[in-house]
Write a protein that binds this ligand. Structure first.
Ligand code: AMP
Length: 369
């Protein structure tokens, strides 16, 4: 049994869109309901979900609660009987674990195998660098720290525990011994989290060709075409406590007082980027998509490049999220960019539109795995 067997029994006019009750679920359900789908929230334990009642246009039709996320795969048949398509987000993958999520026997919107590339730093770097993207330098020996670095623990979620060090002494003072981590150049600049959407079903607008020039620029006459690429919105994460530390003193003064900056995401701020940077924004998005087909069968649906723009107007990309990011949440009513594609086009609506088109054209197998 695989995707084509599951979909063979699906009624395309009666699809349920399911996701975990957190992260960007309000937006996903809002978009799904707007496009006429049934909606199902998946939750564990006794998590308080009354906040859904406050937003009637995004309230899921049904909520399933599990004692533990390991129960979800056991209810795959029941989910398929409801013609369910799971829309993944960061929290769902975190709750279930990448391996368990990849094995769930229910159609998943997007390429579920990409998540393995996203969670493996070496695979991620190889993919992005092959797409002509510049990433921050890595320092393999902490004794070689001569410029500010950011130290990231593997598997740490939402920036928890990350710290800045300007030399070996500062590294030694803060490192949790024995915890696997990466030491990365701390890039000085301004952060932009770019929210893309790649549809395999649409071939209009900014078209993604499979052949790119070596500098990543589009080769207009190249064939075949992979589909279209949109850049729907941009945010900047608000991170506690780093983003407001300057309210009480310089980082140096605070560190002397024993207060270290932290990078825990607490919210998101809408952004726009200077227009002259848009060609590069699209080149990077196109390069990532094109390279994903060469490496693992494609990345489609929503994805995000997490970037820092230096004073030389160069992008350094420190992360890719190969699914919807919570930074799209400020744009339930659309963004300065999506408004020029279609009024009110949130990422949640965009996902639902892609699924609707797939259902109508009998192409759910093209957009699900
Ligand atoms: P990440 O978990 O990799 O998304 O990183 C969490 C946060 O740390 C980001 O949102 C940035 O604010 C910051 N950050 C990550 N990598 C870098 C870098 N190389 N230089 C500067 N800041 C960074």
């Amino acid at each position: 049994m695989g995707l084509s067997d599951w979909l063979a029994d699906y009624d395309p006019s009666d699809i349920t869109i399911a996701t975990a009750a957190s992260h960007s679920s309000l937006q996903i359900f809002h978009g799904a309901k707007k496009m006429g789908f049934k909606t199902l929230a998946l939750a564990s334990g006794d998590r308080d979900l009354r906040y859904y009642d406050a937003y009637p246009l995004a309230t899921p039709d049904e909520i399933w609660r599990f004692e533990d996320w390991s129960e979800l795969p056991k209810r795959a048949e029941e989910l398929r009987e409801r013609n369910t398509i799971i829309v993944p987000h960061g929290s769902l993958i975190e709750y279930m674990g990448t391996g368990a999520f990849a094995a769930v026997e229910v159609p998943v919107y997007g390429n579920r195998h990409v998540l393995e590339f996203e969670s493996n730093r070496d695979k991620e770097r190889a993919w992005l660098e092959a797409a002509n993207i510049t990433m921050p330098k890595e320092v393999s020996d902490p004794k070689d720290i001569v410029e500010p670095v950011i130290v990231k623990y593997h598997g740490a979620k939402g920036g928890k525990g990350f710290f800045i060090a300007k030399n070996y002494h500062e590294y030694k003072r803060q490192i949790q011994e024995g915890e696997p981590h990466t030491i990365q150049e701390f890039v000085m600049g301004t952060r932009y989290y770019l929210h893309y959407f790649h549809s395999r079903l649409d071939n209009d607008g900014f078209v993604v060709h499979s052949g790119l020039q070596s500098d990543g620029a589009n080769q207009a006459d190249a064939t075949p075409v992979h589909g279209s690429l949109e850049m729907l919105s941009i945010d900047r994460r608000d991170e506690s406590n780093i983003d407001e530390l300057n309210r009480i003193g310089s980082i140096k003064e605070l560190q002397e007082a024993g207060i270290d900056p932290q990078f825990v995401v607490t919210g998101n701020i809408p952004m726009v980027i200077r227009e002259s940077l848009l060609p590069k924004v699209f080149q990077m998005g196109e390069g990532v998509v094109k390279e994903s087909y060469d490496r693992f069968g494609g990345l489609w649906g929503p994805f995000c490049l997490e970037t820092i723009v230096t004073p030389d107007l160069e992008f350094k990309v420190f992360e890719i999220s190969a699914r919807i990011v919570a930074g799209t949440n400020p744009f339930v009513q659309g963004s300065a960019y999506s408004e020029m594609i279609e009024p009110g086009l949130s990422t949640g609506v965009r996902i639902a539109k892609d699924i609707l088109k797939g259902a109508k054209e009998g192409k759910l197998d093209v957009i699900c795995t």
